[in-house]
Write a protein that binds this ligand. Structure first.
Ligand code: ADP
Ligand code: 2PG
Ligand code: MG
Length: 412
């Protein structure tokens, strides 16, 4: 079963690699004019490289801002920067400053080709005056641990930034911004993906303040004052296309599972509940299929896309996919012919080098044999170490794409 799970995963990653998506869209749009390229996010290097292959010298100048270890070498005529994610760092500020320089003083005849992928919020950032980088870092870390979802996190970030929430489009005005977006946000909300630097912001200052109160975040008065300034709601100079998303991933996973002769369903592409509850719920569905051949008969493949959340309370190491997989493994301990893979399509799950986990009925036995309690490790948010002990981590390395998380459960 593990091999079948890996076969499905590899097909999905290849399908959502940004190279193909960027090339197809640029050819479809038949971009003939010269452009200034700005590419941000975890997939920024691959997207920029693909654009360079199609547009060549029509790219007058350009910049890539991506996560450490996510660039794959020089691209002629394009400056490459790596910076911090999920928390912005000094290199974020340096790279963003450079991006703003090369897109300053443009005319209505200019076009900025803006390639956007998830991770862009941490990588492309210029805090408003009066807000320091360390304040932004502290607030980001509070948000990441709070259990706030990405819409809530980016509602805050959009109201504290000079480039988010449509302000980058204002910066380049009157030039046009042509955006190609790889979606890693449920429902493909363009004003949330990478905090929508070139998209009108649907969130409000009041919503931002509500998030601060909901999660009892500790912030300075400077931040509270900055949140009160509203973001742009209309932008006359933008053209935006989504070129890849979790829906594409789930469709591809279903196609491959059917090829492997599984009865297949996609339960959702918008999973957003607590990771460990999702694991338990999926185990209940798996056991129902195993014992009663319903809601779909064996051999069955159940596919989900989305982004669970984790309220990190322990001091362990892990990610939402690893936490979901461990929680599932605890519920199916000892059962045969049932397995699950949960992974981040960007290849990194949480602050770890794992993309996620591949688990089955033997996972917990292996952890116990090594003298550990899977339940205690889960309680301490230590799913990485639990799955490492069981040799059930999925390690892909940075995949070059980023379209949320994918979960596949097989029952034979
Ligand atoms: N020890 C942990 N166990 C489970 N989840 C964690 C742990 N530490 C951090 N996380 C979760 O990992 C998330 C960030 O992981 P990451 O894969 O970088 O997100 P993204 O792919 O959206 O950038 C945080 O939102 C946090 O909820
Ligand atoms: O950059 C961001 O705002 C988010 C969503 O696009 O990406 P990630 O969750 O990967 O940081
Ligand atoms: Mg993400």
């Amino acid at each position: 079963m593990r091999e079948k799970l890996k076969a499905i995963i590899n097909e999905v990653i290849n399908e959502v690699l940004p190279d193909k998506a960027v090339k197809n869209k640029l050819k479809e749009l038949n971009v003939q004019s010269e452009v200034i390229l700005v590419s941000i996010g975890k997939a920024a290097w691959r997207m920029a490289n693909a654009a360079k292959e199609v547009l060549g010298d029509r790219i007058k100048k350009g910049i890539v801002i991506t996560k450490y270890k996510h660039s794959e070498g020089p691209i002629e005529g394009i400056e490459i920067y790596e910076a911090g994610h999920p928390t912005p760092d000094e290199n974020t500020i340096k790279a963003t400053k450079r991006a703003l320089e090369i897109t300053s003083n443009l005319s209505e005849n200019d076009t900025v080709l803006f390639l956007v992928s998830g991770g862009g919020s941490a990588l492309f950032e210029m805090p408003k005056d009066g807000i320091s980088l360390s304040e932004m870092q502290d607030l980001t870390n509070q948000l990441l641990k709070s259990g706030a979802n990405i819409v809530e996190i980016n509602t805050i970030r959009k109201h504290l930034s000079k480039v988010k929430g449509g302000r980058f489009a204002q910066h380049v005005y009157p030039a046009k911004v042509l955006s190609l977006v790889l979606s890693d946000v449920l429902g493909d909300r363009l004003d949330t993906i990478a905090s929508g630097p070139a998209y009108p912001d649907s969130s409000t200052s009041q919503q931002a303040i509500d998030v601060i109160e909901k999660y009892k975040l500790k912030v300075s008065n400077d931040i509270l004052n900055a949140l009160k300034e509203e973001t742009p709601k209309e932008l006359p100079n933008i053209e935006t296309y989504i070129i890849g998303s979790v829906k594409v991933s789930c469709d591809k996973a279903m196609e491959k599972a059917r090829e492997l002769e599984f009865n297949t369903i996609i339960l959702t592409t918008q999973l957003n509940c607590e990771a460990k509850e999702a694991g338990r719920f999926l185990a209940a569905i798996g056991k129902e299929i195993l014992e009663n051949n319903r809601p779909i008969p064996k051999p069955a493949a159940v596919i989900l896309g989305g982004e669970a959340v984790v309220h990190v309370k322990g001091n362990g190491k892990g990610g939402r996919n690893q936490e979901l997989a461990l929680s599932f493994a605890i519920e199916i301990e000892g059962l045969e012919k049932i397995a699950l893979c949960s992974f981040g399509t960007d290849g990194t799950d949480g602050p770890t080098d794992a993309a996620g986990g591949i688990v089955d009925g033997q996972t917990c036995e292996k952890i116990r044999k090594a003298g550990y309690s899977p339940e205690k490790l889960l309680e301490n948010n230590d799913s990485y170490n639990a799955l490492k002990i069981a040799n059930d981590l999925l390690i892909t390395g940075p995949t070059g794409t980023n379209v949320n998380d994918l979960i596949v459960m097989l029952v034979e």
